[in-house]
Write a protein that binds this ligand. Structure first.
Ligand SMILES: Cc1ncc(COP(=O)(O)O)c(C=O)c1O
Length: 352
């Protein structure tokens, strides 16, 4: 724990956080005259939802439900306005602008680099090996003493593959800073991921999200599973009411129906298999890479012209052809059966 305290920026260690009015008293039956809210109600309510009170700044009900389903201590859970907010908060807590670094793989999810740049933090990028594989040793050699945070995305975006467990563990055990495993796509992989390792390694942060398998990208809710000490710093630095009332309520309702996730994931996996089979036989497709996520990385003969032809047919995929190791590649999200069929039909039209 002391080691983690030492990694935190001095100004953050010494920060006196804002104390939000709703941190202590949440019961609407009380006479709440402490937060300058509007006592009369809300204007233009959707489905009669009254939203005049600030939400629980610590989202206690949502965290308790998550803790119960994940068998994880509630004190080790942090919720953010999407995982993207969590990435930014971690950088701001641990990295001194203009001085410290983060390390990540190349290629990977672009927001680690963008958040680092916004905070004037430089980025060490370690090129993945053949087959988009991660080498723990290579990664550890790349990290300087000023490298405070390591970001590993597994399954990785945009390559789609799960990172090798032994290599990730090597990094968790030996990296002298905080290791963040981004598991935005973990539900689509046949692997439990790293949440269970959090109790053993206080320097580990495992991020998950409601945006993918849960089908809740619109509510913006990201989760960090980590140690109590890191959660305390995240609470100190976050905006007081970072997760809004509607999001908290929707997350609770969604978790009541958590059993539906396996059905949604099965649909995506079926679609992934179908799409892979159909894509593989097309002339313009050179390779469809294995995927543990809800998208496929596909090497094609001319990525830019195929991308543009698809746009002309109202189909939007992601051009990743200028990304390291992904030259000539498009990243294609697995859609519904109808959307997948439309994509294949459009590609066949381009081939003729
Ligand atoms: C690897 C990865 N992490 C995080 C995110 C963002 O997640 P959120 O919607 O929770 O901000 C994405 C979004 O595409 C992603 O691909």
């Amino acid at each position: 724990m002391e080691q983690i305290e030492q990694l935190v920026r001095k100004n953050i260690r010494e920060l006196k956080p804002y104390t939000s009015a709703r941190a202590q008293f949440l019961d609407n039956a009380l006479t709440l005259l402490d937060a300058n809210e509007n006592p009369w109600g809300s204007i233009g309510m959707v489905e009669n939802q009254v939203l005049n009170r600030y939400p629980d700044p610590y989202q206690r009900a949502v965290k308790e439900k998550l803790a119960e389903t994940k068998h994880f201590p509630v004190s080790g859970i942090f919720l953010g306005n999407g995982s993207d907010e969590i990435i930014d908060l971690l950088i701001r807590i641990f990295c001194e602008p203009g001085q410290d670094k983060i390390i990540t793989t190349d290629p990977t999810y672009g927001m680690y680099k963008v958040s680092a740049a916004i905070n004037d933090i430089s980025v060490e990028e370690v090129l993945l090996d053949q087959g988009f594989k991660l080498s723990g040793d290579k990664f550890l050699v790349g990290s300087a003493p000023s490298t405070k945070l390591a970001f590993i995305c597994s399954p990785n975006n945009p390559t789609g593959n799960l990172m090798d467990k032994a290599e990730v563990l090597k990094i968790i055990q030996r990296f002298p800073g905080i290791v963040v495993i981004d598991e935005a796509y973990i539900e689509f992989a046949d692997d439990p991921g790293f949440v269970e390792y959090c109790s053993q390694y206080p320097n580990l942060v495992v991020m998950q999200t409601f945006s993918k398998a849960w089908g809740m990208a619109g509510i913006r809710l990201g989760i960090a599973y980590t140690s109590k000490v890191i959660v305390q710093y995240m609470n100190k630095v976050k905006p007081p009411y970072n997760v809004n009332q509607l999001t908290q309520k929707q997350a609770l309702t969604s978790m009541e129906d958590a059993h539906e996730i396996s059905m949604l994931v099965a649909k995506v996996k079926n679609g992934r298999d179908w799409l892979k089979k159909e894509l593989s036989v097309l002339n313009k497709v050179e390779e469809v890479y294995p995927s543990d996520a809800n998208f496929l990385l596909v090497k094609v003969s001319d990525a830019v012209s195929i991308f543009n032809s698809l746009v002309e047919q109202q189909i939007i995929v992601r051009d990743r052809s200028r990304v390291s190791l992904c030259e000539g590649c498009l990243r294609i999200t697995v859609g519904t059966e109808e959307e997948n069929q439309r994509l294949i039909d459009a590609l066949k039209l381009i081939e003729t």
